[in-house]
Write a protein that binds this ligand. Structure first.
Ligand code: PMP
Length: 402
């Protein structure tokens, strides 16, 4: 069988103009012109507030805002648009759950995460555990850099109230079997939160099939605007959760004696929302879905395979993470600090990330202070990979390592 044609979409992305290779999409994705145009229209001829105006412009904007919520719901296979809460990003989504759902935690309760989590899926739970007198458990990773799912499942105890894991690791690129973990969590009476930051841009999502209870992701990694993200939760769960921020838009009635709260999702969206963020996110979803997540995933997987096989030739290079990592490739070079790799690659017009990737505990487990990370998007090309490989060959020559 002939390999499917690679995507060729750089022309849609003004941020990619010029002679360089942008390999930091896992940090944030470049924006297609369609998203930029949608934001410009929103701030231009369409602009008005939502939910409160009695005039037509505001009513139209409200309609489009709520259509965007329905668009997100369809994108992730949510049963109802009201299960979609707009937040600032994955970080705020997790903090919302920790501060709202987390109020029901009691001393002795436990929360279980994995060793490869982003700081945003560690620190809010530490803060909650400290407040509630609960304990944080951490499941190990496998030798090839995935969540050790068997070990994680074995660590779910009767006191475990929540399991919280990354769907796709932002450092190592492995994909977790969410359904398997959801079933195990539920069998023990625990809930499952999934951090879908790196999954939403490259996997077709279906909340019903995944079987989790909470799912969060950020718009800016999905080719959409910064400052907007999604918390999805089952309707009955959201219904049972108290608000975490008070203000306008989240209320039903207010007196000085007592306030009653709006039903979800409004209860969790205090204040004037990020209107153009929501509109831009819907445009990004339209863009991504028109290409198709299966094609995007296959495209990025082919680039990772190309990179892995070409980099095998550099002996001093260690490739971290599983062979089938999803669009993300972390590596170390013997005797060369990742920041030096990043600087030399930058001189060669290749932009990668060097650092701890907001996963300091994972760096500790890998036994490195930091890694270099190349990450791909739907616009990345075989030429980008070639530039990375040539750049790394140059790094090894400069440092005299083979
Ligand atoms: N989780 C993962 C796996 C991520 O990659 C990121 C972003 N690097 C986050 C959470 C946090 O996302 P944000 O900063 O957009 O809130």
């Amino acid at each position: 069988a002939t390999a499917p044609a690679m995507l060729d979409l750089k022309g849609d992305f003004p941020g990619l103009a010029g002679d360089w290779a942008y390999l930091d999409t896992a940090a944030t994705a470049q924006k297609p012109q369609a998203v930029i145009d949608a934001i410009a229209r929103c701030y231009g001829p369409d602009y008005a507030t939502v939910h409160r105006g009695v005039y037509e412009r505001s009513a139209t904007m409200t309609l489009r805002f709520e259509e965007a919520r329905a668009r997100v719901a369809r994108f992730i296979g949510a049963a109802d648009p009201n299960e979609v809460v707009f937040v600032r990003g994955a970080t705020e989504g997790i903090n919302l759950v920790a501060n709202s759902w987390g109020q029901r935690l009691k001393p002795g309760d436990r929360i279980l995460i994995s060793a490869l989590e982003h700081h945003s899926n560690i620190v809010p739970w530490q803060m909650l555990c400290e407040r509630a007198g609960a304990m944080l458990d951490v499941a190990p990773i496998t030798g090839d850099g995935r969540i050790d799912e068997a070990a994680l499942i074995a660590m779910i105890r009767p006191e475990t109230r929540l399991v919280s894991i990354a769907h796709v690791s932002n450092v190592l690129g492995g994909t977790a079997d969410v359904r398997r973990i959801a079933d195990a969590a539920h069998a023990a009476g625990a809930l499952l939160l999934v951090d879908g930051c790196q999954a939403a841009p490259r996997l077709a999502l279906d909340m019903a099939a995944l079987g989790c209870d909470f799912y969060v992701f950020s718009g800016h990694k999905l080719y959409g605007p910064t400052g907007i993200g999604v918390l999805w939760a089952r309707a009955d769960l959201l219904d049972s959760m108290p608000p975490w921020q008070g203000g306008g838009a989240m209320i039903e009635t207010v007196t000085f004696e007592r306030t009653s709260y709006a039903p979800p999702p409004g209860r969790f969206e205090a204040g004037t929302p990020h209107i153009e963020g929501v509109i831009g996110l819907a445009a990004a979803i339209d863009y991504v879905e028109a290409i198709g997540l299966e094609r995007i995933h296959a495209h990025e997987a082919a680039l990772v395979r190309q990179a892995r096989s070409a980099l095998q030739g550099i002996n001093s290079l260690t490739l971290h993470g599983p062979d089938d990592s999803a669009g993300i490739l972390s590596f170390s070079m013997q005797g060369v600090h990742p920041h030096d790799i990043g600087t030399i690659l930058d001189e060669a017009g290749v932009a990668i990330r060097a650092g701890h990737h907001c996963a300091q505990p994972l760096m500790h487990i890998l036994g490195v202070p930091a890694t270099a990370r190349a990450s791909f998007g739907l616009y990345s090309s075989p030429r980008d990979v070639q530039r990375l490989v040539e750049g790394l060959a140059r790094v090894s020559r400069i440092f005299g390592v083979k």
